[in-house]
Design a binder for this molecule. Sequence first.
Ligand SMILES: C[S@@+](CC[C@H](N)C(=O)[O-])C[C@H]1O[C@@H](n2cnc3c(N)ncnc32)[C@H](O)[C@@H]1O
Length: 199
Amino acid sequence: MIDFDKSVVIPFEEAFKCTCHIEGWSQRAEHHWLYNAASHVVSGGLWIEIGVWKGRSMIPTICGLPSGATFLGIDPHQDSLSAKAHEELNWKSDWVHRQFRSSLDLARELRPDVSVQHLRMKSRDAAQLLGNGVADAVFIDGAHDAASVQSDVLLYNLILRPDALLCGHDVGNGGVSQGLREAKISYKKAGAGSIWVRT
Ligand SMILES: C[S@@+](CC[C@H](N)C(=O)[O-])C[C@H]1O[C@@H](n2cnc3c(N)ncnc32)[C@H](O)[C@@H]1O
């Protein structure tokens, strides 16, 4: 049961400490940017992250959101290795999803006043379940090939409210910059690591 009346404030440093044990590529400056950007979402607003992997960038975002907001992470968490390769490496199947589930538990424990949701599916399929103009921010960090980035930008631009925040990760990646060019949006570096933001 989410207690929307009890606003919880997690200072950035505390939020950052909570990410130290979670593997991932996002860095401190990027976490700080996400935390601040999330704090500008209205209470009752919706933040979507496409591509959550183990939940490293998700934690500072959720900590920054206002009470009563919703965070929706979208990721199919498909194993990239075959069952045989898993066996040879002695890795448990579904290992990324298992680790993501612990991050999900941590996020819900930290912010009982935020609704934290996950759709285990590809962004294209999740887009079919969401209405147009419902989201306040979308952070794109899913598949990094140009066609996927272009598709995420175009599909999720419709899901965003007009002039809402559209941003993503890995602007220096060739597939990401090509996808952004092909989607024909204007964007700039956010000034925090490799985050890009629509202008
Ligand atoms: C770079 S990782 C995300 C890292 C995460 N944002 C962080 O900083 O901790 C990319 C993720 O995108 C996911 N992904 C790949 N294709 C996707 C798709 N079509 N829709 C949603 N997620 C996808 C992968 O499963 C992977 O977990």
